[in-house]
Write a protein that binds this ligand. Structure first.
Ligand SMILES: C[S@@+](CC[C@H](N)C(=O)[O-])C[C@H]1O[C@@H](n2cnc3c(N)ncnc32)[C@H](O)[C@@H]1O
Ligand SMILES: O=C(O)C(=O)C[C@]1(C(=O)O)C=C[C@@H](O)C=C1
Length: 247
């Protein structure tokens, strides 16, 4: 059973910065489903991408795994017995619940769940890395370094899935997609107060980039190929592929 997100329904006297604490973790499945257009599609399609990209004898990383939704989707589709999924998050509240979720289902793919910082987690022998709405929570100056490390840890032909909330250079388009995202939240039962209180809390900790900036960073890291494979309003997902040598 998932709890309904009503964390911001009453006025909060002093709104602090956003954190992934116990209260957020408790309502997270409902919160993310009602806040991120396309979230459940992205999760199930990450499962499809995993069945295509996971290679025997390699590791698959879910960085900023929260409750493990992407990990669970990938475990359902990976059929090689000798793969391992490594799921990492630095929120103790998320990781405690993630362990329960993962242990609740039997699966052939072993899964290691780590409470740790993705900025320092070693990444090696990877065939697929997932950053599903996580990079946006790192300081912008730290994003390139993580992408460089992911590239270095991926085997040739391996892939990164990078899902993010986007900003837009074109203010007319940016404004429209921002408004449509708020329409989406209203349609999902969030009030103006809930929308505006959450927005203020996220303001300092979730700094979004344009698709162009994401592509520049991915190219800088060495990814020879990168493109948006899913988008709904100002939320979307890119796939970036590490070239086989010579490609
Ligand atoms: C929006 S949630 C991710 C949702 C999740 N990937 C999914 O598909 O359901 C962002 C997550 O990133 C985690 N996070 C943010 N910064 C992190 C860091 N430096 N190291 C590890 N986890 C981090 C947060 O704790 C949070 O659980
Ligand atoms: O931008 C917003 O309004 C959001 O709610 C986005 C977002 C996200 O993209 O991660 C922010 C925090 C929660 O984890 C769920 C959704």
């Amino acid at each position: 059973m998932t709890h309904r997100d009503d964390l911001f329904s009453a006025p909060i006297a002093s709104l602090g910065d956003w954190t992934f604490d116990d209260r957020v973790a408790e309502v997270f499945p409902d919160m993310i489903e009602r806040s991120v257009p396309g979230y459940s599609n992205i999760i199930s399609m990450i499962g499809m991408l995993a069945s295509r990209y996971a290679r025997p004898g390699t590791q698959i990383y879910d960085l900023g795994c929260a409750l493990g939704a992407a990990t669970l989707a990938m475990r359902r589709t990976i059929s090689h017995a000798d793969c391992r999924i490594i799921a990492v998050d630095n929120s103790p509240a998320m990781i405690a619940r993630c362990r329960h979720h993962i242990e609740a289902f039997r699966a052939t793919t072993p899964t290691t769940i780590i409470e740790g910082d993705i900025r320092t987690t070693p990444i090696e022998n990877a065939s697929l890395v997932v950053l599903n709405f996580t990079l946006q929570f790192l300081e912008p100056a730290q994003r390139q370094n993580l992408l460089n490390r992911i590239f270095a840890g991926l085997n040739p032909g391996g892939a990164l899935v990078l899902s993010e909330k986007f900003s837009f250079q074109d203010q007319r388009i940016g404004g429209l997609l921002f408004d449509m995202h708020h329409d989406f939240k209203r349609a999902n039962g969030y009030s103006e107060l809930e929308i505006s209180q959450k927005r203020s809390m996220l303001e300092n900790v979730m700094l979004t980039d344009t698709v162009e900036v994401h592509k520049q960073r991915l190219a800088e890291a060495g990814f020879g190929h990168a493109e948006v494979w899913f988008q709904c309003f100002n939320f979307g997902s890119l796939i970036a592929i590490k070239p086989e040598s010579g490609q």
